[in-house]
Structure formats: structure tokens, C-alpha cells
Design a protein around this ligand. Sequence first.
Ligand SMILES: O=C(O)CCC(=O)C(=O)O
Ligand SMILES: [Fe+2]
Length: 230
Amino acid sequence: MEKFKVEQAPPSIYYIPNFITKDEEQYLLHHVNSAPKPKWTQLSNRRLQNWGGLPHPKGMVAEEIPQWLKVYMEKVAALGFFGDKLPNHVLVNEYLAGQGIMPHEDGPLYYPVVSTISLGSHTLLEFYRPLDSSDQSCDDQQQQTSFEDRFLTSILLEPRSLVFVCEDMYKTYLHGISERTVDKISNSIANIEMCEMAQSVEALTRTTRVSLTIRHVPKVLKAKFLFGKK
Ligand SMILES: O=C(O)CCC(=O)C(=O)O
Ligand SMILES: [Fe+2]
């Protein structure tokens, strides 16, 4: 896997272009788009499907994951990034061109490795430094405007690629996707040399992107405990 390590980013990001074929991409998009309407949760700037159960501090009540997703969870697990754990949770996010996700941390409900398969469009995943303690007194507005100063690096996610975000890049830094329709291509993108679509272009225009975020939730409740049975 070492040849997939993004050397220009802090530890650690692994970027695997063309992890799936175009046919597999269409197959996955077909299944995502065939899910019953109530499976979607509409947020203000994206919509999502949750598979495997809702992560909760007291434990996730595990739900059966459909076969079309399980196949790819197993393919991802085979690369060994989850140690002896197996992925048991998938979040499907759909972003229209111009939509994104605010900088955030994924937090303690997950094993600290996240893997993401991108479908449809590329995007730019941006990383930010956390606020240092001297910034804690800032009001919300100052904290918002400081994201520009806290920018660390970005990773281009091409359609059909797989990315792993591990260690400090998971635990310490925040990540987000800016609400843009066009991404400028520059050398500040840490994995630029690994991206075929970024060679000799100045900008990339986004279309609809669907991401499959595959994770391991360590704390799982067996349904029988809910009803107090042995
Ligand atoms: O769509 C992505 O690649 C990122 C999604 C994300 O950060 C999340 O769901 O926590
Ligand atoms: Fe996230």
C-alpha cells in the first residue's frame, strides 16, 4: 500500500485511483438511486443514506447491510486498514454541484480510520487545523472566518477512487468540502501527481457526487439486550 501513500500530506492519507471500474460505479449509483425515498435524509446542503445502524454513544443497534454494499465493504476491508476489525457502517452522501460539508471531525463513535469511495464527480476534500486553546474565546463569527487561516492541505478525490484518512489526519485535523462548482487545480493539492484528471487542466467543474463512507463502529448493541433477554 505504500505506493498509495500521499507523501505531501501529514500522516496519513492513502489515495487509490480507479479502485472500481466504470461499470461498478454505475452499479453502485444504480443501487443508491433505487433506495426507497424514506431511506434518504435531506439536509440543507446535501442528502444522505445511513446503512448499518445509527452510531450512538451507548452503542449502535446494528441493521443488516444489503449485499450490493457488503461486497465493497469487504474489498475495502481486505486492504487491512481497519486492523482486525471489519467495517460495519456506510454513510452515503450525495452532493449536487455547489454543495459541500462544513469542516468537522468525525469523532469518537468510529474506529479512527475512514475510507471513502467517490462516484460520479470529483471533489476536493480540504483539511483544517483545530482551533488552538488561545482561540477558544473567539465568538462564532471569528471562528468561521478563521477557516482560511487554518487551511492545511487538500486532496483531490476522483470518481471511482478510494481514500483512507488515518492517524493525525483523522484524529487531529478537521475536514470539509467547500460549496463550489469549480475547483482550481494547483500544486497545493497534496495528491495532484496521483490524479490523471488533474494533469494539464487549470480547473475542474463539479457534477453530482455520491460518496460511500465506509467505517467501523466499535460499540454495537445486540438487539436482544434492548429487551433485557439473555
Ligand atoms: O463525502 C465525503 O467525502 C466526506 C463525507 C464526510 O466527511 C462525512 O460524512 O463525515
Ligand atoms: Fe466527515
